[in-house]
Ligand binder design. Sequence first.
Ligand code: AMP
Ligand code: MG
Length: 319
Amino acid sequence: MKREIKKAVRFLNQGGLVCFPTETVYGLGARLFDEQALQKIFKVKNRPMDNPLIVHIADLKELKMLTQNFPRAAFKLIEKFWPGPLTLVCKRSALAPALASAGLKTVAIRMPNHRTALELIRALGEPIAAPSANISGRPSSTRYQDVVRELGNKVNMVLKGEQSELGLESTVLDITRVPFRILRPGFVTLEKLKKVLPNICLAAKGKNKKVLSPGVKHQHYKPNCKVVLVEPQYWEKTLEQWQNQKTRLGVFSYSKKIPNFKNIVFNKMFHGNKFEMAKQLYSYFYDAEKAKVQTLLVETIEQKGIGLAFMDRLKRASA
Ligand code: AMP
Ligand code: MG
């Protein structure tokens, strides 16, 4: 791996793009302090220019350099959750490039809990800006082979790793005002955050509210088939409706095994394990595409704990 990391650092220093594994999803990285390389990230992903990138760090010195007026209370969160799947939206210092922040006065920062990711950042010796490694609007990539297929010919290198352990993107928490607010739910749940700082809340949503996290207003996570949400009590009805239609069906069920009707070509059951469902969601989206699924029926789960993040992604995949 050392040799691969060296090679990746060389590409980054030449202004190139390197995809790398993290515990949440794979990232598409560039040097934070290379404006042209940052431009390339937006271009390669076809990412709207108003959607800021997450800055990945390996040392708290980097947090200090990139932020100002950092609230003391947030150190409690860092102590508990870093390295890990929690992104902090902080006031940006003059050293943090505006482009990575899409012009906002804030910067989103996280320390990934992944050996390869940390080794890469440390070997480079500076922060790496990295959104998820996927074309904008598509599902995030959680496996090496998905990154290679989606972006392999558009980046300089893809660092190899295992399937992402968590499989959903980080929790994004705005700490620029009190109470701190969750802009995007993730693996670090509201319940877990509240145990450390009880007044943390979910950001209010509403048509007239200013968009706080630009990424959440864009279409996202969509595989190239129709995604239909099924509440557990409606499986029978839903299957009745679809089983005689001329469509290649896929199913992801959580509470019970769905029998293989003649038009079901892809059938996954999660045996009541929410974490497994979250971990596999994107990889199974890609597998369903490979199986040429046209309509994918996915069981909904309760929007509590990790279920909140899971349903956030699922609803947007089906929108
Ligand atoms: P991705 O890395 O592709 O998962 O996307 C990063 C997410 O973090 C998007 O939803 C962004 O909108 C969000 N984000 C990044 N920087 C900021 C920021 N400064 N303020 C609010 N949200 C941010
Ligand atoms: Mg993304």
